[in-house]
Design a protein around this ligand. Structure first.
Ligand code: T5A
Length: 215
């Protein structure tokens, strides 16, 4: 019987470095001989990528009700779990996911004001009770994250999306919400100070990930 792969998620406020460090971690794990795939939320499947456009840049997403937003993010996740993540884990492949269920709890729960416990219950339905083996929370001051995003978006010529345009207070609540989740599940959610340079951040991530893939 194949040994189940490990499931690692990266979470954090905008611009905290999730995509950068997901890429670096995948490369490190591959170099160490592990089979790895990466995925991102929302997205990662044809259904998920279509819904991502509606959630982020499509004018049709403006004025979306908070409850609609929850179900759309969860719909993307339900599809990603069943089409990509669970089959890969069953084959012994490590899955690194850029955002997962904690994003909905932080953004739609803590920041948008929907009931956190209800979101957690709905998340179990969406994920089929799949929980990451390790969640790396890249913690960064909100303004510093937006400064990084601004520089990155300038170089790519892209505009802020619908959720990035939310108020500073909204994004402060996202950050505080994540830290609250880390206090609730300290074994799974490990906080990494993302204000440091990429090498220092990646060294911490690698140490945490190694522990999980080798046990
Ligand atoms: N959302 C998502 C919800 O509201 N609910 C949900 O359930 C889910 C799943 C997704 C949006 O949807 C929301 C959250 C988001 O608003 P997205 O486009 O996928 O949007 O964007 P994010 O996941 O938020 O990712 P970001 O694009 O904001 O940034 P990352 O991935 O955190 O940052 P990254 O790696 O692109 O880095 C940003 C810049 O900083 C540099 C990088 O080179 C890059 O230029 N950088 C560093 N610079 C200095 N030091 C470091 N340590 C650095 N690390 C990276």
């Amino acid at each position: 019987m194949k040994i189940r792969g490990r499931f690692i998620t990266l979470e954090g406020p905008e611009g905290s470095g999730k995509s950068t460090h997901a890429r670096l971690l995948a490369a490190q794990l591959q170099a160490a001989g592990h089979s790895v795939i990466t995925a991102r939320e929302p997205g990662g499947t044809p259904v998920g990528e279509a819904v991502r456009r509606l959630l982020q840049h499509d004018a049709g997403g403006e004025g979306m009700a908070a409850e609609t937003e929850i179900f759309l993010f969860m719909a993307c996740r339900a599809q990603l779990v069943r089409q990509v993540i669970s089959p890969a884990l069953a084959e012994g492949v490590c899955v690194i996911c850029d955002r997962f269920a904690d994003s909905t709890t932080a953004y739609q729960g803590y920041a948008r004001g929907c009931d956190v416990e209800t979101i957690l219950t709905l998340s179990n339905l969406a994920t089929g009770d799949l929980t990451p083996d390790l969640t790396i929370l890249l913690d960064l001051d909100v303004k510093a994250g937006f400064e990084r995003l601004h520089q990155r978006n300038l170089s790519r010529g892209v505009e802020k999306d619908r959720i990035e345009r939310e108020t500073l207070c909204f994004h402060e609540r996202v950050r505080a919400g994540y830290l609250d989740l880390a206090r609730r599940w300290p074994q799974r959610i490990r906080v990494v100070d993302a204000a440091r340079d990429e090498d220092a951040v990646q060294a911490d991530i690698w140490e945490l990930a190694q522990h999980v893939v080798e046990t």
